[in-house]
Design a protein around this ligand. Structure first.
Ligand SMILES: NC(=O)c1ccc[n+]([C@@H]2O[C@H](COP(=O)([O-])OP(=O)(O)OC[C@H]3O[C@@H](n4cnc5c(N)ncnc54)[C@H](OP(=O)(O)O)[C@@H]3O)[C@@H](O)[C@H]2O)c1
Length: 244
């Protein structure tokens, strides 16, 4: 398994659970020190993981990361694209550069990682046995974009469309689109504090913050469950599940 975006949050939790369960795991992202922490934690959990540097906004790096993982692991049957960024700000203030970073990371980066994964995954696809899988992580906020992170919502809608399009073009491949509930991760750590507090107040007052907040481990476990359920749906909405 390759997890892109495994230096923190849901991607890291997913890589740790998979490695702890005995899977051969490669972890990719930009921050090598945080990837090294993922590798150490996988070892402490009784598993193993190998790290790969990848900035998905660099087309060559995005396209080649799955082939590199296949080489490291001796084959590849699953790719999870967990990388994502969400700058905070009103649409009226969003610069072209901010739009470009969001789209380059969340949409183009994801599409290129998945495109580059096709050959290594096809190589792993035997005549029988389970189909290789790719997973993208979506969000319910595409239906009602939260004020202040509209470019992020737009990018996740586009990534989900990429996933659905891939299903039609590559029927041998299982393409999971998993709608992730609100999950506690470092996702918003880079937001300026006053602006973040203002945004959270607006979301609370506007009724955007309904529903439970999951831990990264809960979300990761539910994504892995969806992956293991080979006959399950390819569009998975975790927000419809209870955490009990
Ligand atoms: N948390 C939630 O409530 C929630 C809800 C719905 C969907 N999601 C989705 O879940 C996914 C994981 O989010 P998270 O909450 O776990 O956030 P997170 O902890 O901030 O993780 C984001 C990951 O993306 C990676 N990343 C960012 N830019 C990258 C780049 N240019 N190249 C490669 N990797 C890059 C980061 O690694 P580096 O910085 O080291 O590169 C990090 O590993 C995202 O796709 C997000 O949209 C999250």
């Amino acid at each position: 398994m390759l997890v892109v975006g495994a230096s923190s949050g849901i991607g890291r939790a997913l890589a740790l659970l998979a490695a702890g369960a005995g899977a051969a795991v490669a972890v990719a992202a930009r921050r090598l020190d945080e990837l090294e922490a993922t590798v150490s934690q996988a070892k402490a959990a009784g598993g193993a993981a190998q790290r790969l540097w990848c900035d998905v906004t660099e087309p060559q790096a995005a396209r080649s990361v799955a082939a590199d993982a296949a080489q490291l692991l001796g084959g590849l049957d699953t790719v999870v694209f967990s990388s994502g960024v969400a700058p905070l700000g009103r649409l009226s203030d969003a610069s072209a550069e901010e739009w470009e970073v969001v789209l380059a990371t969340n949409v183009v980066g994801g599409a290129l990682v998945l495109a580059g994964a096709l050959q290594p995954l096809r190589d792993a696809h035997g005549a029988s046995g389970p189909r290789p899988s790719v997973v993208v992580l979506s969000t319910h906020i595409v239906e009602r974009p939260w004020p202040g992170i509209v470019p992020y919502a737009a990018s996740k809608a586009a990534l989900a469309t990429v996933a659905r399009g891939l299903r039609g073009e590559e029927p041998w491949l299982r393409v999971l689109d998993v709608v992730v509930p609100n999950t506690t991760t470092p996702f918003a750590d880079g937001w300026e504090k006053a602006a973040a507090s203002e945004a959270v107040t607006a979301w609370a007052n506007g009724g955007y913050l309904e529903g439970p907040v999951w831990s990264a481990e809960q979300t990761a476990a539910a994504v892995l469950d969806a992956l293991v359920a080979e006959e399950g749906p390819d569009d998975v909405d975790l927000t419809a599940l209870s955490t009990d």
